[in-house]
Design a protein around this ligand. Structure first.
Ligand SMILES: Nc1ncnc2c1ncn2[C@@H]1O[C@H](COP(=O)(O)OP(=O)(O)OP(=O)(O)O)[C@@H](O)[C@H]1O
Ligand SMILES: [Mg+2]
Length: 332
């Protein structure tokens, strides 16, 4: 192995340094973004509307020119060696952009042909990808007749035709119902498990939580937080639970210091408490008040809370409104 190869093996799948983008209308979409995505990672890019996610993805996939900074893909510099960098990437853009009057099989083989994949190989790959996307039985149908979810899966299958080492998806499941979304999650997990690094943007926070190991949160052109998903979730010191109660709740609820207890209806309680607090104390107090808890579940909106806390108007406030130190750049 040459020294050069050794370097690129160790290189991040994506390395972005002090990336800036000012559009012609002088909107500063990116104000110095730096991030690294490790090879093999499943990485989420989260942020509110207009944060700069699509601009970042556009630059990485060479659809948008950068104003300053650098981007490299598996060690290949995007500006110095654009075509080599592009060959490593598969892009699933947010908008459907295939020819609706072509058949899925043709869309895939033509796309591969455009990237120099020999015809016979392209046909083999197309069958494999259409089967993985559960579209093999639609291979010869007019794409226009596919359902919305099928069209989205076709976009992923097409991006995989060049066997990219880095797959980038801009809101791949937007507007797709939960069942199809879960099917797509399974496909993406398989693609990642087979070795492809994946970066996705999404507005579905449970999607990032279920798929991604690492994430960056971007707001107004800056990264406000990045690190492992678990570490970010652990930063939240408040946990929410929904308690189902046997029978009907009394008119007055007991007070449990340090917690917020609210009846959301006659037999359901909404509980928020510090992570470190003992649940037994809560159950004991509820028991003393004649309230029997039949079942409980965690409210799975922690990422949402984190997101609001980091990017919202009260970004300098903790979840209880207490002042927290400025968000660290990196969470170990
Ligand atoms: N082609 C363009 N010309 C001028 N301004 C643009 C262009 N594309 C995006 N912008 C602006 O750059 C900023 C970032 O937009 P971008 O599309 O990157 O955000 P986003 O995070 O992808 O948002 P969303 O979640 O809504 O897709 C916005 O203020 C947007 O109006
Ligand atoms: Mg966008």
């Amino acid at each position: 192995m040459t020294q050069n190869q050794a370097v690129s093996t160790a290189a991040p799948a994506l390395s972005v340094r002090d990336l800036r983008k000012t559009y012609d209308n002088r909107v500063e979409a990116l104000k110095g973004v730096s991030l690294d995505v490790a090879p093999g990672d499943f990485f989420a890019l989260l942020g509110p509307n207009g944060a700069g996610k699509s601009t970042l993805i556009g630059i990485v996939s060479s659809l948008v020119n950068l104003s300053a900074g650098s981007v490299s893909i598996f060690g290949t510099d995007l500006v110095a060696d654009r075509s080599a960098a592009m060959r490593l990437i598969g892009l699933v853009p947010q908008e459907l952009n295939f020819n609706m009057f072509e058949k899925p099989l043709d869309i895939l083989t033509n796309y591969a042909g455009f990237y120099g994949v020999p015809r016979a190989e392209a046909v083999l790959r197309a069958e494999e990808e259409l089967k993985r996307a559960q579209l093999w039985d639609k291979a010869q149908m007019m794409s226009r007749t596919l359902s919305g979810g099928m069209k989205r899966r076709l976009m992923i299958a097409r991006a995989m035709m060049t066997r990219p080492r880095l797959l980038i998806l801009d809101e791949p499941t937007a507007g797709v119902d939960i069942e199809i979304r879960r099917g797509m999650w399974k496909t993406l997990k398989e693609i990642n498990a087979a070795g492809t690094t994946i970066i996705l943007t999404t507005h579905y926070l449970e999607e990032a939580e279920s798929l991604c190991r690492n994430l960056a949160i971007i707001d107004r052109g800056r990264i406000v937080q990045q690190g492992p998903m678990k570490a970010l979730l652990a930063m939240l010191d408040i946990e929410g639970f929904v308690l189902d109660i046997d029978g009907t709740l009394p008119a007055t609820l007991p007070r449990i210091e340090g917690t917020t207890l609210v009846a959301s209806d006659d037999h359901t309680l909404d509980l928020e408490m510090p992570r470190a607090m003992d649940l037994n104390r809560v159950f004991a107090t509820l028991g003393d008040a004649g309230i029997r808890v039949r079942s409980m579940r965690t409210k799975s909106n922690r990422l949402e809370e984190l997101f609001v806390r980091l990017t919202g108007e009260n970004a300098d406030k903790g979840p209880l409104g207490n002042d927290v130190p400025a968000a660290p750049e990196q969470v170990a």
